[in-house]
Design a protein around this ligand. Structure first.
Ligand code: HEM
Length: 188
């Protein structure tokens, strides 16, 4: 059974609610002590699913594993922002949206990652969380991570829009949203 099915973005991705933020924070706390093993398992699973993706990873893998864990830690902390704080200013270096847009642009422009790669990576991530958390990976925790990853993947894909010629941006954005919906409908 497929583990990761992106949410249908064309009909509207709902934001994470307060309960989901708590589930993400608490489940991530359980991952932190086993982060090294979890990141080993994540890449092992990814390369089982897609052996051809090894070609994208040209750098130092132990460093890459640490960067991925650090980024996920930052993301979980950043989304754990109380709804009541919506009036507060956010510094640019703490602005999750800007950071994830730039991360996505690097994936597209520097690492040549196609949009289609977000699905197997999401599947490997959910598989790893399932394996690592065991019983604590309840359906609600799975839904929260699926929702978070769907939002991240969409934002990362949008990261390259700023370098797209202006006349192409609308078409590219429509394609990003349409391809997410197609994947999700195919998985239903
Ligand atoms: C939510 C999704 C993802 C997150 C949070 C993430 C996170 C990261 C981070 C933090 C880095 C370190 C370098 C940097 O900051 O630019 C990185 C590099 C990289 N990521 Fe991702 N990534 C995601 C999705 C993907 C996907 C879908 C692929 C496709 C296979 C991918 C492949 C790579 C590659 C090839 C590198 C460069 C590795 C190298 O230097 O050899 N990532 N990623």
């Amino acid at each position: 059974m497929r583990q990761f099915q992106p949410l249908p973005t064309a009909v509207g991705v709902t934001m994470l609610d307060e309960q989901q933020k708590i589930l993400l924070r608490d489940s991530w706390r359980m991952v932190v002590p086993i982060a090294e093993t979890a990141s080993d398992l994540f890449y092992k699973r990814l390369f089982e699913l897609r052996p051809d993706y090894q070609r994208y990873f040209k750098g130092d893998m132990p460093a890459q594993k640490r960067k991925l864990v650090a980024m996920l830690g930052f993301i979980v902390k950043a989304v754990d922002w109380p709804d009541s704080a919506w009036r507060e200013q956010v510094d640019a270096d703490q602005d999750l949206f800007l950071i994830v847009l730039a991360l996505g642009r690097r994936h597209s422009e520097l690492y040549s990652i196609p949009d289609s790669a977000y699905e197997p990576v999401g599947e490997a991530l959910l598989w790893t969380l399932d394996y690592g958390l065991g019983k604590a990976f309840t359906p609600e925790v799975r839904d929260a991570w699926t929702q978070l990853y769907t939002l991240l993947a969409l934002t990362m894909k949008m990261g390259r829009l700023s370098v797209q010629p202006a006349e192409d941006r609308d078409r590219v954005l429509r394609n990003i949203i349409a391809s997410d919906s197609e994947v999700s409908q195919a998985g239903e």
